[in-house]
Ligand binder design. Structure first.
Ligand code: NI
Length: 395
């Protein structure tokens, strides 16, 4: 086993401790005040790292090596979700209504571990590492775009990120060259009718019936308007309207989300939704207004970087540790670091599933548990990439 791996194993218990600290004091998106202060404090306690706070709760550490090689960014998101933890753990979240059920506590701890590891190796570092602790991944417009806006990616030649996942067993890495995550958009539809007495619908325009038809009509987008070779989801997730059992409502509002993988199809979606909603509303004598809001772009993994990651993982963990992925539906604002800047990136899934430890729950579930052995593999991923790209041999 190489020396770096041994050093990581020595750091593992420290990283678990950090992860548990973040877990216990979980904070919501854009409000990661204690979390970011803790990260800043840790980074400053390592040698050689310049720390900056370009946004209220985002933290960036810069580690300059002795060589003039490229600048590589490693990114961790740090926010929790608005839910209350169901687990009875000694480090369960004490912040009611905030829980690290997506594993971002682990992401932040892993990146701190990597910062600590390489902070002692600037003499062997042929280039610069930028550690991006990104706030607010869970809530669009997301923290990544803000950090890019604030100049976090200036001079960065490549960026890497990871997500721990209970979909893959501990010890494995999910890789995909190309489009990895869906683009995540939102729509809202207001259907306006004319309210009145329930016994005299002929004097009214019932927006509830029109809205119901619109919900059904939207189902035909995926079923009838899109090629079977394309992937998309259109979900209506909220309906609001009506007050009483005997009053026909004035207005109904619908909200929903759209997931797509191809840019071309994403571009067609607003018009398809508008055409169906407006057409149905008109046929009912109602009117309707559709608003469409773009969320995160798809994460698109660069071919050359993915190839390099494949090589790095294989060197450290063997070829059997790699699982080839299919595109996944959950969105990710890691895309903002690459789409807006043109910087190539690679985003890797790292397994933390372990049946023996009960670490099998889906993310965003109040029972979510993480196999903390997966933290070691997360560190291994970043360390093997940096070793391959920037580290010179020990003298
Ligand atoms: Ni997440």
């Amino acid at each position: 086993m190489n020396a770096l791996r041994t050093e990581l194993e020595d750091l593992h218990s420290q990283v678990i401790e950090w992860r548990r600290h973040f877990h216990k004091y979980a904070e919501l998106s854009f409000r990661e005040f204690d979390t970011s202060d803790f990260i800043e404090k840790q980074l400053k306690s390592f040698r050689n790292i310049e720390v900056s706070r370009p946004t209220k709760t985002g933290v960036i550490g810069t580690l300059r090596g002795s060589g003039a090689g490229p600048t590589i960014a490693l990114r961790a998101d740090i926010d929790a979700l608005p839910m209350t933890e169901a687990n009875d753990l000694p480090f369960a979240s004490v912040n009611k209504g905030a829980m690290h059920s997506c594993g971002h506590d682990g992401h932040a701890a892993i990146l701190l571990g990597i910062a600590k590891l390489f902070a002692e190796k600037t003499d062997r570092l042929n280039g610069t590492i930028v550690f991006i602790f990104q706030h607010a991944e869970e809530v669009p417009p997301g923290g990544a775009a803000e950090l890019v806006e604030a100049g976090a990616m200036r001079g960065v030649a490549e960026i890497y990120g990871l997500h721990l996942t209970s979909n893959l067993p501990t010890g494995t890495f999910g890789l995909l060259d190309g489009v990895l995550t869906s683009a995540t958009d939102r729509f809202d539809i207001a259907v306006v009718g004319k309210g009145g007495h329930s016994s005299q619908p002929e004097q009214c325009v019932d927006p509830i019936v029109a809205a119901a038809q619109i919900v059904m009509g939207l189902q035909t987008i995926v079923a009838r308007r899109i090629s079977a070779y394309e992937k998309a989801v259109v979900s209506v997730c909220a309906i609001r309207g009506g007050e009483a059992y005997n009053i026909i409502a004035d207005e109904v509002s619908l909200s929903g989300s759209v997931r797509t993988f191809s840019r071309e199809l994403r571009g067609r979606m607003p018009a398809l939704i508008e055409e169906i909603a407006e057409g149905i509303a008109k046929s009912a004598g109602a009117s309707c207004k559709v608003s469409y809001e773009k969320g995160y772009d798809s994460v698109v993994n660069d071919a050359a970087l993915t190839d390099a990651v494949r090589g790095a993982i294989t060197e450290w963990f063997g070829n059997g540790a790699i699982q080839e992925l299919q595109p996944i539906m959950p969105g990710e604002d890691f895309s903002a670091f690459t789409e807006a800047t043109g910087c190539p990136g690679c985003f890797v899934q790292v397994g933390t599933r372990n049946e023996a430890k009960g670490a099998v729950w889906p993310h965003h579930n109040a029972n979510y548990l993480m196999d903390e052995d997966g933290l070691l593999y997360g560190m291994g991923l970043f360390a093997s990439i940096i070793e391959k790209k920037l580290l010179t041999k020990p003298r």
